[in-house]
Design a binder for this molecule. Structure first.
Ligand code: 5AD
Ligand code: SF4
Length: 469
């Protein structure tokens, strides 16, 4: 039993992070033979990619994928902690699975991801969800074969709160064969006061550039059209290494592989350098799209959030990015941070009016146990109704700018990477270089290809078009 520990998770040391190459212990080779798995993923792209590794690990020991949770021999919930509703969804699912387990005693149930790193969650599982066979954390995905083979009726918890080694070469089963996620940096050291991620994902650890380039080159050889470089804060890439390179150097090298499309998420304004802006501008295969979380337009709230920039500094960076031709910029905004006044909220609206974002993810603040803002929340006297009203108002404003931005595409010809069949019969969907969703007439033969599409109609959340030669 190795239980999560919030105090350990908070600690940061200067010790160098060792790298190990994953190798499957041959004694686990056949533990999944003749059995099937079902992995349910919640949360961000980081989790989606972890699930690709989890599925890769499961298949490496003989399991095959089952699309029906009800029939699978092992169910794994890869969870998210970012807000309360993500918690509720995972606990709701555990409730459903309990009924399955009552009928099938040999079903193996496991929980991993960010919730596994939280003391409060693990205590609740041990008390109220005894049908969970084991819990493992974000730092030890590679333990999965061992945990399955050692699984018993009694819940086992194996969660490390101090990040261990950086594990390279984990097996991976990618969702797509034309676009791929590539981790470049794990963890986060920013400790924004509302955020649980620095505790659940640990210290900032960059992968070595040569390992990343090796992965991207392999993907290119396999015919992949797009890579998305992933990290909680990709702009901090390299800061924890003594190699003298940063995100701008990495972007240049990845662009030089000539993979058709390079994306990167997420950026923290604090670490965004002029050199990075120049590189994005100069390389045509680095997509002109930046997700630049604002969180709040009020300097007072930004300070309480520990965001390390003022609204003026954000605007300065925003204007530099806007010099990149055709760039699209999206953002994240939290409303109802503890103590946010009407005036603070109006400053957020002012910033949205200034930046006219292409789109935004907006959230009501959700207190996370162990974070500094959760203490401020105890004396927060803004009601949920008021916070909801603010959210609606903000969303209306953002949607109006999304529509106005999308209308600028009318009549233009855009390069679209086709991803799949639309819900509307006879149509496919894909994304422009600026990450706009486009639907148009076409069939499955187009999936995985970059094609030219003329934009004929614009809505707030998508574009419609037609295929052109
Ligand atoms: N409550 C609400 N939103 C949050 N986010 C992070 N933590 C919280 C929280 N406690 C939002 C931020 C971040 C995005 C991924 O989730 O806007 O950028
Ligand atoms: Fe959370 Fe801030 Fe780190 Fe983003 S930069 S993961 S919001 S602590």
């Amino acid at each position: 039993m190795q239980l999560p520990d919030l105090n350990l998770a908070r600690r940061r040391t200067r010790e160098e992070v060792k790298k190990i190459d994953y190798k499957l212990d041959s004694k686990y080779k056949n533990i999944g033979k003749g059995k099937t798995y079902f992995v349910k993923t919640y949360g961000c792209q980081m989790n989606e990619h972890d699930s690709e590794n989890i599925e890769g690990l499961l298949e490496s020991v003989g399991f095959t994928k089952n699309n029906e949770m009800e029939d699978a021999d092992i169910i794994i919930l890869n969870t998210c902690s970012i807000r309360e509703n993500a918690h509720n969804k995972a606990f709701g699912m555990l409730g459903r699975i309990k009924h399955l387990k009552e009928k099938r005693k040999d079903l193996i149930v496991a929980l991993c991801g960010c919730m596994a790193q939280e003391e409060v969650v693990v205590n609740e599982i041990l008390k109220k969800h005894k049908h969970v066979n084991f819990v493992f954390g974000t730092h030890n995905l590679y333990d999965l074969p061992r945990l399955i083979s050692e699984s018993t009726k009694k819940t086992n918890v194996c969660v490390y709160s101090m990040e261990g080694e950086l594990v390279e070469n984990l097996p991976v089963k990618r969702v797509n064969n034309f676009k791929a996620y590539v981790n470049i940096i794990y963890g986060c050291d920013k400790f924004c006061t509302y955020c649980i991620v620095p505790y659940t994902r640990g210290k900032q650890r960059s992968r070595k550039m040569k390992d990343i380039l090796h992965e991207v080159n392999e993907l290119k050889e396999l015919g992949y059209q797009e890579v998305t470089l992933l990290g909680q804060n990709v702009n901090a890439y390299g800061k924890d290494l003594d190699e003298g390179y940063d995100l701008s150097d990495l972007l240049v090298e990845v662009a030089n592989t000539k993979i058709p499309r390079v994306r990167f998420i997420t950026s923290h304004p604090w670490d965004f350098t002029d050199k990075m802006v120049e590189v994005i501008k100069n390389y045509p295969n680095i997509m002109p799209y930046v997700h630049l979380p604002l969180q709040s337009g009020s300097d007072r709230i930004l300070k309480l959030m520990g965001r390390r920039y003022t609204s003026e500094e954000y605007k300065t960076l925003f204007n530099k990015l806007k010099q990149i031709p055709n760039i699209a910029i999206t953002t994240d905004i939290i409303v109802g941070f503890p103590g946010e006044t009407e005036e603070d909220f109006n400053e957020t609206l002012n910033m949205v009016n200034y930046c006219k974002y292409d789109s935004a993810f907006t959230f009501i603040y959700s207190p996370r146990v162990g974070t500094p803002a959760a203490k401020l929340y105890e004396s927060d006297n803004t009601s949920l109704e008021v916070k909801e009203e603010r959210l609606y108002k903000l969303n209306d404003l953002i949607n109006s700018y999304s529509l106005a931005n999308n209308q600028k595409y009318l009549g233009k010809i855009e390069k679209v990477l086709v991803e799949g069949l639309s819900s509307k019969e006879g149509e496919v969907f894909g994304y422009t270089e600026t990450n706009k969703l486009v639907n148009f007439k076409g069939d499955s033969s187009l999936i995985g290809k970059i094609v030219n599409v003329k934009i004929l109609d614009a809505k707030s959340f998508s574009l419609d078009g037609e295929l052109v030669e």
